[in-house]
Design a protein around this ligand. Sequence first.
Ligand code: NAD
Ligand code: UDP
Length: 312
Amino acid sequence: MARVVVSGGAGFLGSHLCDRLLQRGDEVVCLDNLITGSTDNVEHLFGNQGFRFVETDVSDYVWVPGPVDAVMHLASPASPIDFERIPIKILKVSSLGTHRLLGLARQKEARFFLASTSEVYGDPLVHPQPETYWGNVNPIGPRGVYDEAKRFAESMTMAYHRQHGMDVRIVRIFNTYGPRMRPDDGRVVSNFITQALRNDPITLFGDGSQTRSFCYVDDQVSGHLALLDSDHTGPINIGNENEFTIRELAELVIKLTNSSSELTFAPLPTDDPTRRRPDLTEATTKLGWAPVVELEEGIRHTADYFARILGV
Ligand code: NAD
Ligand code: UDP
């Protein structure tokens, strides 16, 4: 049993992580300022003796009384629509926030876990992407605020590891979806499912030929726990190797929701990556982890969730 601090614990991924940590008997202190998360995601945990929720901005100040065994830093807005809406907050949470949480982990002699991203590879020139690839990122473009902040967070984490001998873990998360994404989150899976359920047009950016590889949330969180518990610093890619065009995703969502939605086309956002697929060799060989949920099954679960919360 461990006492784990989870920043961003009221968000989509963080709330599933809190569930899984509590299920295995760990105690959880969840730090979140609710900028893109919601107490709805964790309200089922409020009666749990092992769970504590603290509303706080980790870019400003972080302190947690009592012993801490692990600090897991998931706080950061993660949707491209937020990159334009709140760019400075995004830069701050992965720079100042990472610094403060590393400081907390160091003071508590705790293991530090960073949620990084496949966006560190930018618009990749190597495909699929292994962890050894350094990436192709535009630092001054609209996505740069997220990509460069996460790259800085990785650098800072490795600096604490090297200078202070701290025990750290870095996961590079590839596109993950599932229940508790916000319906208006702006990411492709939530957009397409909510559009399909309302029989609204499905918005394809560009011609829909760009690719992504989608990982179901339960698989993603299993990967995080496997890395946390392992002896490997990382970075390690966690995602799903099955790659789809965005048009294929739209067609699958329409089919699975029995929707009458039509496809509509909108301009491709600046610096939108052309393709993305994780090389999972490190995760499978070092962690013995592999994703098990097929896209079709995961989309069904996610569509059921959205149908319930939207009342459609
Ligand atoms: P999310 O927006 O649902 O969760 C992020 C959480 O962090 C929210 O609850 C938000 O309120 C909180 N937060 C943001 N800034 C904060 C601050 N300054 N102080 C305290 N809390 C703050 O997004 P998510 O998809 O669950 O992403 C979680 C983490 O995983 C992020 O670090 C993100 O970069 C990373 N990630 C996610 C994906 C994905 O596909 N979901 C892919 C790559 C990386
Ligand atoms: N996308 C789309 N329609 C939407 C939302 C997104 O075609 O309504 C595209 C987007 O341009 C990108 C892909 O879907 O090529 C994945 O977008 P998302 O925002 O989910 O994640 P990211 O670009 O960060 O991988």
